[in-house]
Design a protein around this ligand. Structure first.
Ligand code: COA
Length: 434
């Protein structure tokens, strides 16, 4: 039997050669977020004339998204599982697609024929002494994609951190290796404006000592974390986390001591942040990167104590329906793990699902609390699932409240300049307030 070293050497090639193994009429999946292998993606795009009808799909994009440009039509077709800034336009123009499914379903859908994957392009660490490579900062859905694809092509990147948990693959599970050292894309955190700071403060008031936190994408999670410096024994079980968690860990606030599952460990499916975060998780036994059918499974999420799920949204209607992913009928982002965590928190006896947004959009021109959604708007979290809505003006706990009560509570946390208009709409629906 060949040693892993022999297998590795025999499968080493160049990016240009590796991508020639991608057949026509197939589905190519990219490693998620910071796992996207830039050298392989560039070679694929450069070689575009060789391909016919290759579908490219992935979750959050952190690369250039060049393959979505109109000149690649007929060669590449983009099918996003979560849209970002570089991939939104092609879907908006009808040249690309969006496919909704819960993030935790990836494992099953990649293996049971619901969403089969032909080729995976991923980033891995150099092999360790036992012949294992590691997927680094994106394991959740990337590992199941690798396990189920017909062809796995990996960029071996010595700048990728090696993380503990599920993200290991044997050298023999990968078909082609391309060695290339490239820095990881950084991102995820936004600018904390005074408005987001006030939202962070409101959310933090709901976080008790010993809570298990899930933090979504964007600036709001970091705004919350800055107000948690005096809490004790917080735990992390989260689809993703970013730099803010590192600060709380270093201050001794995040200990995981109160967790039921993975006590003392921070658990995530992927990470998105700066080099500081990537250095922190490298070979760190306190951080476990796990498969998404575990991390995002509501039946797992609910087992930890005091689950607090913190996610952002775009719009909420009077009934408490939440849109977190579309502008009218135009897809803006995706569902990701939002509902996985809203439901996991709901199944946790003392859990809280928080959806937060600034009260206005478009530089204060429009209210995000609306009587009805514009035509075609997606409902991401249903009114039956919704729990807390938070803006910079306060907290509305909608659970167990009638539709009339919900509308009142939501108007109370709308921007003051829109409240009169919203009360008029309330009265049209429910009559004058006595
Ligand atoms: N109408 C028109 N424009 C709107 C709008 C509305 N109702 N709501 C927001 N916008 C605009 C904003 O003004 C902003 O524009 P700008 O970039 O010109 O300032 C832009 O849309 C983005 O809004 P913002 O609130 O800043 O979005 P964000 O980057 O904080 O992302 C979500 C928020 C909801 C899109 C993002 O968190 C998401 O996709 N969530 C769903 C998935 C999820 O929750 N996963 C959780 C597990 S990781």
């Amino acid at each position: 039997m060949a040693s892993w070293q022999e297998i590795y050497r025999s499968r080493l090639t160049t990016a240009e050669e590796a991508v020639t193994h991608i057949p026509n009429n197939c589905r190519v999946f990219f490693g998620h977020a910071a796992n996207e292998p830039p050298v392989l993606v560039d070679a694929l795009v450069k070689n575009y004339q060789q391909y016919e009808n290759v579908e490219i799909c992935h979750w959050v994009p952190m690369g250039t998204g060049e393959y979505t440009h109109p000149e690649y039509a007929g060669h590449f077709h983009y099918n996003g599982l979560f849209l970002g800034g570089v991939t939104r336009q092609c879907v908006k123009e009808g040249r690309g697609d969006y496919t909704p499914f819960f993030y935790h379903q990836s494992t099953r859908f990649f293996s049971d024929g619901t969403f089969p994957i032909d080729v995976v392009l991923v980033s891995v660490t150099p092999p360790d002494k036992n012949g294992y490579v590691n997927l680094g900062v994106s394991v959740g859905g990337t590992l199941p994609a690798c396990k189920n694809a017909k062809i796995v092509i990996a960029q071996v990147n010595d700048q990728l951190p090696r993380t503990m948990g599920d993200g290991f693959l044997k050298v023999s599970e990968i078909d082609y290796f391309v060695e290339a050292s490239t820095p990881l894309p950084e991102g995820g955190a936004g600018v904390v404006t005074p408005e987001l700071d006030a939202i962070g403060k409101n959310i933090a008031s709901l976080v008790e000592d010993g809570s298990t936190l899930q933090l979504g994408i964007g600036a709001i999670p970091d705004a919350v974390l800055s107000y948690l410096g005096d809490r004790k024994d917080l735990g992390i079980h989260s689809e993703m986390f970013s730099d803010g968690v590192v600060d709380l860990y270093q201050k001794g606030v995040v200990t995981g001591a109160n967790k039921t599952l993975d006590k003392g460990k921070m658990v995530a499916a992927f990470l998105m942040g700066s080099k500081k975060l990537y250095d922190f998780v490298d070979d760190n036994p306190d951080v476990l990167m796990r498969r998404v059918d575990y991390v995002n499974n509501p039946a797992v999420i609910c087992q930890n104590p005091k689950v607090v799920a913190i996610n952002s949204c775009l719009q909420v209607d009077f009934n408490g329906q939440v849109n977190s992913e579309s502008m009218g009928a135009t897809q803006f982002s995706g569902i990701g793990g939002q509902l996985d965590y809203v439901r996991g928190a709901a199944m946790c006896p003392d859990g809280k699902a928080i959806l937060a947004m600034p009260s206005t959009a478009k530089h204060g021109e429009i209210s995000r609390i609306v009587p009805v959604f514009p035509e075609g708007t997606t409902v991401t979290t249903t009114r039956t699932d919704v729990h807390y809505i938070v803006t910079e003006y306060g907290i509305a706990n909608l659970r167990g409240k009638s539709l009339r009560q919900r509308a009142r509570l939501l108007i109370d946390i709308a921007h003051p300049k829109f409240r009169e208009q919203l009360w008029e709409e309330f009265e049209k629906r429910y009559g004058k307030e006595g």
